[in-house]
Design a protein around this ligand. Structure first.
Ligand code: DOR
Ligand code: ZN
Length: 427
């Protein structure tokens, strides 16, 4: 059936589009955009009245942990996809630290097979090294042929610089993007939170910002030397922002992402020992948060990604020291990012760019467009909706978030994948 989206503020930074328009979707594609576009005569057509709403290209989360295969009690591909749809995402890139790891073509194919039943698109990221152990490289050609869109050992950093160098060289020859979890674990080992006054007061073992920055610096140096691009995952420190900014100014092909918690919360949030404030990298100081915001505003940080990391009460309802790292994020990323717009840190177009065309460019994924002929992956956002995140209301199978009880402004009201409405907040 056709779908007409009426009087939406159509916003696509990659097309320089910001206009009140009607959008017609037929056969899973956008067939027309314009002020006077109407439903086709005679045929069935659903209508969405989008007055006051924003229509953006479908949001892409380039950093999601779906726990299938292996830890389906935390999240499945289907449940993670439902959470993604509820958060406004039409596509998610899922990390390789599953059980077994996505380090071989049959696991990549398995994920894609399971994803056929999911309500959003799933883009598998395969491992750089076998078992994410940082020693033997994976069969990157096979992984690409099976459908992996990028390579990352996320969750772990490759400790050996020579292995990382070879990984970049092989990835370059297969033209696959490399996404880097940057952590010198000889420095961070045993740490559970950011190193600073709060960790000293709480007596929790610290993680110095240098643990991240050393590897950001190393991976940029290696990328520069071997002539391949690198994408730095979940940037959390002012030093990392500075290193990336300088590298970009030199012309190095480096891109970067951060996650909403790194521009929203500081290590002060850990004072209550809530294990939902424990993630890796950890929440940092106020000056780090300020630098992340500045890096987003000046384009040093290209992408906002959720780092959705579901864990169950088995891993989280334990002492802080023993809790797993990570929080769910798919259902809170959009409003946390819109808060940056209302605070004047980002323009709306900049915010939209950071989860549409920019991640698409990093992944070489060509869907995010609001134009005639494009696949109809569209997110419709109510930028003014006030809502409170309540316990028991997440679509994710896990509920490890520090944001319960928080009131947000802005929410995805319709998520449309290939012309089909997969999430609707309004009837
Ligand atoms: O907090 C995190 N959780 N950081 C990571 O790098 C991995 C992730 C997970 O898989 O739980
Ligand atoms: Zn990571």
């Amino acid at each position: 059936m056709a779908l007409l989206i009426r009087t939406a503020r159509a916003l696509d930074p990659s097309e320089g589009l910001d206009e009140i328009l009607n959008i017609l979707v037929e056969g899973g594609r956008i067939t027309a955009l314009g002020r006077d576009i109407e439903a086709p005569a005679g045929g069935d057509c659903d209508v969405i009245d989008a007055a006051g709403l924003i229509a953006a290209p479908g949001l892409i989360d380039m950093h999601t942990h779906l726990r299938e295969p292996g830890q389906e009690y935390k999240e499945t591909i289907a449940s993670g996809a439902r959470a993604a749809a509820a958060g406004g995402f039409t596509a998610v890139a899922c990390m390789a630290n599953t059980y077994p790891a996505n380090d071989n073509a049959s696991t990549t194919r398995y994920i894609l097979e399971r994803a056929r039943e999911a309500c959003v698109r799933v883009l598998p990221v395969a491992a750089l090294t076998v078992g994410l152990k940082g020693t033997a490289l994976t069969e990157m050609g096979d992984l690409k042929e099976a459908g992996a869109v990028a390579l990352s050992d996320d969750g772990c950093s490759i400790a050996d610089a020579q292995v990382m160098r070879l990984a970049l060289e092989y990835a370059r020859s297969f033209e696959m993007p490399v996404l880097c979890h940057c952590e010198d674990s000889s420095l961070s080992f045993g740490g559970v939170m950011h190193e600073g006054a709060v960790s000293a007061v709480l007596g929790l073992r610290p993680i110095a910002p240098a643990a991240e920055e050393l590897i950001v610096q190393r991976d940029i140096a290696l990328a520069e030397w071997v002539g391949h691009c690198v994408h730095i995952q979940h940037v959390s420190t002012a030093g990392s922002v500075r290193i990336i900014r300088e590298a970009k100014a030199r012309g190095v092909r480096v891109t970067a992402e951060t996650a909403p918690h790194y521009f929203t919360l500081t290590d002060e949030a850990v004072r209550g020992f809530d294990t939902n404030t424990k993630m890796n990298p950890p929440l940092r100081s106020a000056s780090d948060v300020a630098a992340i915001r500045q890096g987003l505003a000046d384009g040093t940080i290209d992408v906002i990604a959720s780092d959705h990391a579901p864990h169950s009460s088995l891993e989280k309802d334990v002492e802080f020291d023993h809790a797993a790292f990570g929080i769910v994020g798919l259902e809170t990323m959009l409003p946390l990012t819109l808060a940056l717009v209302s605070e004047g840190v980002l323009t709306l177009a900049q915010a939209v760019e950071k989860f549409t065309c920019n991640p698409a460019a990093v992944l070489g994924y060509g869907r995010a467009r609001l134009k005639a002929g494009s696949v109809a992956d569209i997110t419709i956002i109510d930028p003014d909706m006030l809502w409170t995140l309540e316990r028991g209301r997440l679509y994710s199978l896990s509920c490890n978030t520090p944001f319960f009880g928080r009131t947000f402004t802005g929410r995805a009201v319709y998520t449309i994948v290939g012309g089909t409405v997969v999430h609707a907040l309004r009837a």
